[in-house]
Ligand binder design. Structure first.
Ligand SMILES: Nc1nc2c(ncn2[C@@H]2O[C@H](COP(=O)(O)OP(=O)(O)OP(=O)(O)O)[C@@H](O)[C@H]2O)c(=O)[nH]1
Ligand SMILES: [Mg+2]
Ligand SMILES: [Zn+2]
Length: 303
């Protein structure tokens, strides 16, 4: 006869699965131990953190075509904010919130630009942070993902193809739209068309006259301004002369918008690499106009 063994019944563990956790982006029900939302693939850590705080985090979007400079800009913004306690004091929530800053600065310090962001949402970096502003008692909680330009374009062209982008933009409190200034000046209007499509998408996503996109802040950022003096000196005038469709749409449909110019690199050069072919590399890092658009958006989104 075999030895009898007492096997404890751990059915209480199942009870945890009976209580669903709602995804912070799309509200879909997930089990307590899910890492990514099964419906939209947003990280469930955001929902867990939001649940444990009194203030509901606000969503801030960084949009733009592939190659507009979203990853470089966001990584640099996070890095600068973490070193400027007198201007804005920032505290990352969750270790995953530091990855974007860490990867971007690691690349820049080796005189390289970071790789293109993968289009699968489970590979995007999300930043959840607390921001304290001088002369303001209450802190702001923010969630900012670094999404891939190709995925944004796919969602704009074929709505509902990326649930996470749609749910995010529905709830989003304000956006920064990045446009490659060098492309505009050289007569390539893909980025301009992309931004116009994006603005129509936003305006139609939520057209409520009081709370919809018509009232939410939109910062239009011309990137790579280091290579375009004209846009650095007068971003609004630059928009008017080089992206007139976009400029007009902002006037007509978005009450709260402003144009900015930003650059991370001070000078770039072409480098022949044995493995990657001809690549653009930053020679100096000289960030300009990085914090202003974010600061403006934060103020406007708080209104
Ligand atoms: N001159 C200059 N070039 C820049 C700057 N920022 C980015 N770039 C160039 O733009 C490229 C794309 O930048 P990313 O930040 O990867 O672009 P992205 O918008 O994240 O693109 P996706 O990940 O494909 O959506 C870089 O590889 C650089 O060649 C800048 O401040 N100055
Ligand atoms: Mg990117
Ligand atoms: Zn979800």
């Amino acid at each position: 006869m075999g030895k009898s063994v007492i096997q404890p019944l751990e059915s209480y563990r199942l009870a945890q699965y009976a209580v669903p956790i709602h995804c912070y982006m799309c509200d879909a029900e997930n089990t307590f131990d899910a890492e990514l939302c099964t419906h939209c693939q947003a990280p469930m850590a955001l929902a867990h953190q939001a649940k444990s705080q009194k203030i509901r985090p606000r969503l801030i979007g960084t949009l733009g075509a592939s190659g507009a400079g979203k990853t470089v800009y966001l990584g640099m913004l996070m890095d600068m904010l973490s070193r400027m306690p007198h201007r804005l004091r920032i505290m990352a929530r969750g270790a995953f919130s530091i990855t974007l800053q860490q990867t971007t600065t690691a690349y820049l310090s080796r005189c390289r630009f970071p790789d293109k962001t993968a289009s699968e949402p489970d590979r995007w970096n999300w930043v959840h942070c607390q921001v304290r502003r001088p002369k303001r008692r209450e802190a702001a909680e923010l969630i900012m993902p670094d999404m891939a330009g190709e995925a944004i374009l796919e969602e704009v062209d074929h709505p509902h193809s990326y649930r996470v982008i749609r749910s995010f933009l529905k709830k989003c409190g304000g956006v920064m739209i990045l446009i490659d200034a060098v492309e505009l000046v050289s007569g390539h209007h893909d980025h301009d068309y992309f931004s116009m499509k994006l603005l129509s998408y936003l305006a139609e996503l939520d057209d409520d006259p009081k709370t919809g996109w018509a009232t939410r802040p939109v910062a239009v950022l011309f990137t790579k301004a280091d290579q375009c003096d004209e846009c650095e000196q007068n971003p609004a005038g630059f928009a008017r002369s080089h992206a007139s469709g976009l400029w007009q749409q902002c006037q007509d449909r978005f009450r709260c918008h402003r144009f900015f110019a930003a650059s991370v690199a001070g000078a770039c050069a072409w480098h022949e690499s044995r493995y990657d072919g001809r690549i653009n590399v930053p020679l100096r890092i000289e960030p300009r106009g990085i914090i202003e658009p974010f600061e403006w958006l934060l103020e406007e989104a708080a209104e």
